[in-house]
Each structure stands twice: as C-alpha cells, then as structure tokens.
Ligand binder design. Structure first.
Ligand code: RAM
Length: 380
C-alpha cells in the first residue's frame, strides 16, 4: 500500500477539520488527494484520516443532564449480544459513566456466547424483575421481538443499540454510524489495499446479526459498481463472534480459495481471530503471499497486527460513546422525553444534542479509520 506523505496527511487532517467537523459529515476526499482517496469505482472514498479524539464530529456542546430525569427511576439493564466480547465491555464502561452522571443504576447481563435464544431468556427475566429499561444489541432482530414487545406492554422502555431489533419491538435505535457508510468503507479500504483486484471473502459474526447483515448488503452493493469487476467476493463465512470458530473459518477460507487475496471482517471478534490465523499460517504482514485483512475493531485489539503489518487500515467508532448514548436514550425514554418519533431532539450529556432520524434511529457519528500513523492516539 502506498504511504501518504506526512505533509499531505497533515493537509488532509486540516481539510477534514475545516469541512467535516461541525457539519458532522466526511470531508470530500477527492478535493484533497485524488490518487489516495478515490475508490475502485472512481468515487471519493468515504472518510478521511481520523480526527483526533478531541475533534470527534460526534461531540457536540456540553449539555447538562435534562432536569426532568429522576435518578430514582433509572433502573436500566443492558443486554449485549454476549458478555465475553471486549467490545461490549467497552460499551458497558460508557453506559456506567452515563449512569454515574445521572445518578442512575446500571447493570449488564447476557449470554456467554452470541445466542438469540439465550437473549430471550434474559429479556423474560428482566421483565419479571420490572426493570425500567432494557437496552439490547440483538443477535437476531425477529427472534427477540415477541419477548421485547411483552416487556414494552408492561411499561418497560426498550432501546436497541449496536445491532437493531425489529422496529416495532423498541422505542429507538442507537446506531454507531450510518450503516451504509460502515459497509462501503470496508470495501473501499480493501480496494485500495488490493489495487481493485483479487478474490476476497467476508468473515462475519452470526448469520442473523442485524448490524453485520446491513453492512454486508452495502458491501455487496459497493462491489457491484463498475470498477470492482476484478475484485470477486468468493464467500461470506460466519464465525458467530466466537474466537475459535472465527479462527477455524479463516483457515477454511484459506484452504478453499488458494488465490484468496483479502478478508473483510466486520466484527471485532472475527477480525482479531482472522489476524491471528493469518499470522499462524504465514499469510500476515511481511509474507510474499499476504492476505490483506480489514474490517472493524477496537484499536487496542488491533494494535499488534497493525505493528506487524497484517492489518494496514481498519475502522470503528468509540463503543464507549455508543454505550453512553444508549444509556442516555433509555433515561430520556423513562423521563418521557424520547418516544422515537422522527425529528424529536434530546440531550445526551457530554455528547450534546441528538435528533431522531427515520425509523427511530439515532446516529452516534461517523466511523473513524485507523492506521499505523494514528492508532497511537487511541486507547480503547
Ligand atoms: C462485534 C459485534 C458487534 C459489532 C462489532 C463491530 O464486537 O458483532 O455487534 O458492532 O463487532
């Protein structure tokens, strides 16, 4: 992959600050550096070099917690896909921060593996316990819906975050970033790494995961554009957000497709396992026969693989901020300030003011792209 000249990089950051921050949109990269920031389809790449955390476009003005939120009512339970995945430990830390600010209660419960049936049991238990709100990341949008509707019928406020449930089974959805951009950017990065040529595979989470499936749909759409003719998606495999299964699926892909040139893994568990497997198989950084790897991960989990050259670029948002936002959404729903209606506005502490978009969706902010040059700025 071509390296950006430091001066060019600085200019790009400056342009991003001018154009992207405040407006909450990406810088139009083609204005900045045509060669480095044009996709295989000849369009401007989504994204730009990451702003520093302080410059995050998601951060609005400091706003104090809404006065009408009563701390005594905030019995809020988070139910992630599973409680082993470090991604959800990071989002829980953000939720705890919001709970402390508001004087509310926070608990996180969930299965040991990313399993929808087990999530249903947890929803039923939380409903019996009469918590005030359930904040859920779904392993399956439909399997969870009946239990969540029962909870709502009993006055429990349901908010989804990270991976949505069926829209009529929750009040609102805290989405980490625009789903379309998250999908496209991963294909665009892979196109850059492979010069738009070669067989690629996707290593996803659960086959029923709402978030990964939405992203994969836009990946396929991006790949269908003229310019990607020589980049072929040979298989989408599912590792179920299980480290061992994701590792084994990676090895299976390498065996089944000897000419495989790239893997996109839109899951923090999948990409970590794939990076390990590639290095074990001598297909990581420095190998003559390297398989390029990109996707979504926490910078702290990806750091060793960026240092070894196995991963050149990847993306994510701040899961801590996502948990923080989702807790505030639950608190605002309990207070009666959030009903999920499009156009509704509410405050979320340090993140500022948000507006509910179509389909009850609230977007945290744009994703960040990480590489060897900026990863040192992040610690999550
Ligand atoms: C995994 C989970 C989570 C997803 C991240 C990117 O941790 O599947 O739902 O948002 O990856």
């Amino acid at each position: 992959m071509k390296k950006r000249h430091p001066a060019l990089r600085l200019l790009m950051v400056f342009m991003f600050a001018l154009v992207g921050v405040g407006a909450g949109v990406f810088a139009p990269a083609s204005v900045i550096a045509q060669d480095e920031n044009t996709t295989c389809a000849g369009e401007p790449m989504i994204g730009a070099p990451a702003a520093t955390p302080e410059e995050s476009p998601a951060a609005g003005d400091m706003a104090s917690p809404a006065a009408e939120i009563d701390p005594a009512t905030l019995n809020i339970a988070f139910l992630p896909k599973d409680i082993v995945n470090p991604y959800f430990a990071t989002s829980a830390a953000g939720a705890q921060e919001a709970a402390t600010e508001l004087g509310g209660q926070f608990q996180q419960v969930g299965p040991q593996t990313a399993n929808a049936a087990e999530q249903v049991t947890f929803i039923q238990t939380l409903t019996q316990q009469q918590v005030a709100a359930i904040v859920v990341s779904a392993n399956d949008p439909d399997a969870l819906a009946p239990a969540l509707k029962d909870a709502m019928a009993q006055g429990i406020k349901v908010i989804s975050f990270d991976s949505d449930v069926a829209p009529d089974a929750r009040i609102a959805f805290a989405n980490q970033a625009d789903s379309e951009e998250i999908g496209r950017i991963q294909v665009q990065i892979m196109g850059k790494l492979l010069d738009c040529e070669g067989e690629i595979a996707i290593l996803s989470a659960a086959a029923t995961a709402t978030n990964q499936n939405a992203w994969i749909a836009t990946m396929e759409d991006e790949l269908a554009k003229p310019g990607y003719e020589n980049m072929t998606l040979v298989e989408t495999a599912y590792g179920d957000d299980d480290p061992q299964k994701s590792h084994d699926k990676t090895i299976e892909l390498l065996t089944a497709y000897p000419d495989l040139k790239g893997i996109i893994s839109p899951t923090t568990v999948g990409i970590t396992a794939a990076a390990q497997a590639l290095e074990e198989e001598g297909r990581g950084g420095g190998s003559d026969n390297q398989v390029q790897l990109t996707g979504l991960n926490l910078p702290n989990q990806m750091r060793p693989y960026v240092e070894s050259g196995t991963v050149a670029e990847f993306a994510l948002w701040d899961p801590g901020n996502l948990g923080y936002l989702a807790y505030y959404m639950a608190a605002q729903a309990i207070a009666g300030n959030l009903t999920g209606e499009e156009g509704e506005t509410f405050t979320a502490g340090k993140l500022g003011t948000y507006t509910v978009g179509p389909n009850g969706t609230v977007i945290l902010g744009p994703p960040t792209i990480f590489d060897a040059e900026n990863i040192g700025d992040y610690n999550f």
